[in-house]
Design a protein around this ligand. Structure first.
Ligand code: NGS
Length: 283
C-alpha cells in the first residue's frame, strides 16, 4: 500500500489502523516472581514509555484508549512485578494505554471499589479513555492472547487463577481483573462506595451488570489464566453480605455520583501515573 507511516504522531498524515488481533502474539507468557526489580531497573528497560506509564503504537493507529486502574496500598513488591510483567504485554498488544496506580492514603479500612471509581474519574479528566481495566496488583496474566481491551459487554478477565487450580470459584464471579467500557461504567454508576474492607464489591458490580441487562463475557479458561502473587488474606468485612443483599436499592445513588475524595498527590512517574487519594465516606 502507499500509506504514509510517520513515526512522529503529530505530523502523521495517515497510518493504518491497528488490527483487531495484534500480530506476534504467542500464547503462554513466562511469569517472573523473583528477583524483585527496582524502579530504575524497569525505567532503564522500558525507555520507550512516555511519562505517566503511557504508550501508544506509532506504526498503526490504536482507536481506543485504555486506562489500567490499579487500586493499591502496601504492596510495593507486587507493584514492581506487576509493572515488569504488564508493560511489555500491553505494548505487544499495540494498545494506547496508561497505567494508573491509585493508592488509598492513611491506614483506615481499605475501600477498593472507591479507589477504582476514583481512578476512572481522574483518568477521564486527563484523557478521553474508552476502556477501563480494573486490575488487582497481585494478578499476572499468563497468556498474551488475553487482550487488554473492552469488548461489547463487560469482560471478566481473571477466569482461571493458579491459586484456585485454574477453576472459576463460582459462575458469577467478577473479581480480580475486569474490563468495562467507559460508556458502560457510567451507565452502571461505577462500583458501590459502601464496601469497606475485603469482599463483596465485585459481586455488587456483577449484580449491577445484570440489573442493567448487560452480560459478562469471558475468554475460555484455557486462555484466561492468571498467577496470583502470594499475600496474607485480608480481613473480610463482616457486613458485606448485608450490603450486597440490599445493593439494588442503591445502584442509582451509590457509585460515581456520590463519590467523595481528595487527591493528595498526583505524580507522572515513567512507569505509572500515581494518585494518592483520601477517601471520604459519602453522606
Ligand atoms: C467471594 C467474595 C468476593 C471475592 C470472592 C473471591 O466470597 O468479593 O469471594 O475471593 N464475596 C463476598 O465476600 C460477598 S478470593 O478468594 O479470590 O480472594 O472476590
Amino acid at each position: 500500500s502507499d500509506e504514509i507511516v510517520d513515526t512522529n504522531r503529530s505530523n502523521a498524515i495517515e497510518i493504518p489502523l491497528c488490527p483487531d488481533t495484534p500480530p506476534n502474539l504467542r500464547g503462554r507468557l513466562q511469569i517472573v516472581k523473583s528477583p524483585i526489580p527496582t524502579v530504575s531497573d524497569l525505567e532503564n528497560r522500558f525507555t520507550w514509555l512516555k511519562p505517566g506509564g503511557h504508550w501508544y503504537p506509532e506504526t498503526c493507529k490504536a482507536i481506543k484508549k485504555v486506562a489500567i486502574i490499579v487500586p493499591y496500598r502496601y504492596r510495593g513488591e507486587h507493584l514492581l512485578l506487576f509493572l515488569q510483567h504488564m508493560h511489555p504485554l500491553l505494548k505487544k498488544q499495540q494498545l494506547d494505554y496508561t497505567i494508573f496506580v491509585v493508592k488509598q492514603d492513611g491506614c483506615g479500612t481499605f475501600n477498593k471499589a472507591m479507589l477504582m471509581n476514583v481512578g476512572a474519574t481522574e483518568a477521564l479528566k486527563r484523557n478521553n479513555f474508552d476502556c477501563f481495566i480494573f486490575h488487582d496488583v497481585d494478578l499476572l496474566p499468563e497468556d498474551d492472547r488475553i487482550l487488554y481491551t473492552c469488548p461489547e459487554q463487560p469482560r471478566h478477565m481473571s477466569v482461571a487463577v493458579d491459586k484456585f487450580r485454574y477453576k472459576p470459584l463460582y459462575p458469577e464471579i467478577f473479581g480480580g481483573v475486569t474490563a468495562i467500557s467507559a460508556k458502560h461504567f457510567k451507565l452502571l454508576n461505577g462500583y458501590s462506595n459502601s464496601f469497606w474492607g475485603w469482599g463483596g464489591e465485585d459481586d455488587d458490580m456483577s449484580n449491577r451488570i445484570r440489573f442493567h441487562s448487560l452480560t459478562v463475557s469471558r475468554y475460555p479458561a484455557s486462555i484466561a489464566r492468571y498467577t496470583m502473587l502470594p499475600h496474607k488474606k485480608n480481613k473480610p468485612n463482616p457486613s458485606r453480605y448485608k450490603i450486597l443483599w440490599t445493593g439494588q436499592k442503591r445502584f442509582a445513588t451509590d457509585g460515581l455520583n456520590n463519590l467523595k475524595y481528595t487527591i493528595k498527590e498526583v505524580k507522572q512517574h515513567l512507569l505509572y501515573t500515581w494518585l494518592l487519594v483520601e477517601l471520604q465516606r459519602p453522606n
